[in-house]
Every structure is written in structure tokens, then in C-alpha cells.
Design a binder for this molecule. Structure first.
Ligand SMILES: [Fe+2]
Ligand SMILES: [Fe+2]
Length: 242
């Protein structure tokens, strides 16, 4: 039941964001096209087990999405301010470095290659439609990354993996703050921007709610948000996200 509540909460929030002018996120409400359905059927299913390897591979997926997003963003002509373009380029390079780093930490535990990812071009283009949509999507991806890494932390048992995740999450938080600053927003995430509302937070993961901390999202909640963004065609399953 908790999952159902979380999903409906995400959808409500996404819709609210769209209505507030976060145009890129309006894709959450668009029906999947026949082409998208075909691509989804053809693309590799990403299966994440509820273990250390599954968790770190899930983090790898988020890094891949961030890296792909920034690589595409700097290729548009919508970012005309040289400082903003430079900042997004730096973020893209850091996301690519995170991908390389996690792949090296995972070694033979890597579950998918970059080439296995099938990006939804229509979804991606919608998120790249103009400067504000690009920057707001960047904020969303970075904030979601922070919530995801924090949510995974308590489940990790391998200290090397925990160290890797911990060393990345702080960077993601800086990314989020940096892009928020470009938009003239507060550098920390206000509750009103969160895609999972208080009632839908997993209580076991969030014992410190109300004490000025970053909320922890479950992998299932992250998958729902990714689905709403419509960035990839790959299906995602496995015990981690059940
Ligand atoms: Fe990253
Ligand atoms: Fe990031």
C-alpha cells in the first residue's frame, strides 16, 4: 500500500510542477507512443537485485542518465549564456567520471553496458526544449540523485561500495545547488520541490524527518520518477525496485 501511495504522490507532484511552468516535466502526463512501446519491447530489461551489486548498478544507471542528459544539453542551442554552458559542460564531465568510477568499482559485477541503454528521443527532446526546462530538469535529476543515494545507503553492506556512494552523493548535492543558483533559486531543495511528498516517504528510511536533512527515497520511488520523466525505453525490474 505504501508503494501505491508513493506513486500517486509522485504523479501529483510531477503534475503540479508542470502546471507551475516546469514544461519539461509535463511529459509525465503524455501517453506512450506506439514507437516508444516498440523500442521498450526491443530494449534490454534492466534487472536489479536487492543486494549491493544491484544497488550500485542502480546508482550507475542514474549516473548514465545524468551523463547522457548533460551531453545532449550542451549540444542544444538553447543555453546561450557562456557561464551556464560552461557549468553544464563541467557537470557532464563529472557525471561521465561517475560512470567510469562506478564501473571500475563494480568490476565484474556490472550488469549492463552503456550501449544497452535505449534513450527515448522524444522524451529527451522534451526535456531539452528550452533553457529553463533544461536547467529545471538538471535540478530534478540532481535532487533525485541525492535522494536515491541517501536511500540506498542504509542497505549497502560492502564498505567499498558505501564509500563510493558516499563520495558521490555530496557531489550530486553540489550540482543541485549550483544549477539552482543559475535559476536564481534557493540552493537547497525546498519541500515544495520534492517529487515524493511527506506522506509517501518510507518511514523506516526517514526517521529524521523535520530535522533539516535530505529525504531518502526508495529505489521503487526513483523508478517511478524516471518513468515519469520518460528518458529511457528500458524496462526496469528486480527485487530492488519491487
Ligand atoms: Fe553523478
Ligand atoms: Fe550530478
Amino acid at each position: 500500500m505504501k508503494t501505491t501511495k508513493a506513486l500517486s504522490g509522485s504523479r501529483r507532484s510531477l503534475l503540479k510542477w508542470g502546471l507551475c511552468g516546469f514544461g519539461g516535466l509535463m511529459i509525465a502526463t503524455l501517453p506512450e507512443t506506439a514507437n516508444a512501446q516498440r523500442r521498450r519491447r526491443r530494449s534490454k530489461t534492466l534487472t536489479f537485485n536487492a543486494d549491493d551489486a544491484g544497488i550500485l548498478n542502480f546508482a550507475l544507471l542514474l549516473e548514465e542518465l545524468e551523463a547522457a542528459f548533460y551531453a545532449a544539453a550542451v549540444e542544444t542551442s538553447d543555453i546561450t549564456d557562456s557561464k551556464e554552458l560552461e557549468y553544464l559542460s563541467v557537470l557532464g564531465a563529472q557525471e561521465a567520471a561517475h560512470v567510469t568510477f562506478l564501473r571500475s568499482v563494480l568490476g565484474e559485477q556490472v550488469l549492463f553496458e552503456t550501449a544497452d541503454l535505449s534513450f527515448n528521443q522524444d522524451g529527451l527532446e522534451a526535456l531539452l526544449s528550452d533553457r529553463d526546462t533544461i536547467l529545471n530538469t538538471a535540478v530534478t535529476l540532481e535532487d533525485v540523485g541525492v535522494h536515491a543515494y541517501n536511500g540506498a545507503g542504509p542497505s549497502l553492506t560492502n564498505p567499498t561500495y558505501l564509500l563510493a556512494a558516499g563520495s558521490i552523493v555530496s557531489v550530486e548535492a553540489r550540482h543541485a545547488g549550483g544549477v539552482r543558483a543559475l535559476l536564481g533559486k534557493p540552493t537547497t531543495e525546498p519541500d515544495s520541490d520534492r517529487l515524493v511528498d511527506d506522506d509517501s516517504l518510507d518511514a523506516d528510511l526517514n526517521p529524521f524527518k523535520g530535522k533539516a536533512y535530505d529525504e531518502l527515497y526508495t529505489p521503487r520511488q526513483i523508478v517511478e520518477i524516471l518513468g515519469s520523466l520518460g528518458i529511457i525505453n528500458n524496462s526496469i525490474d528486480g527485487a530492488l525496485v519491487a
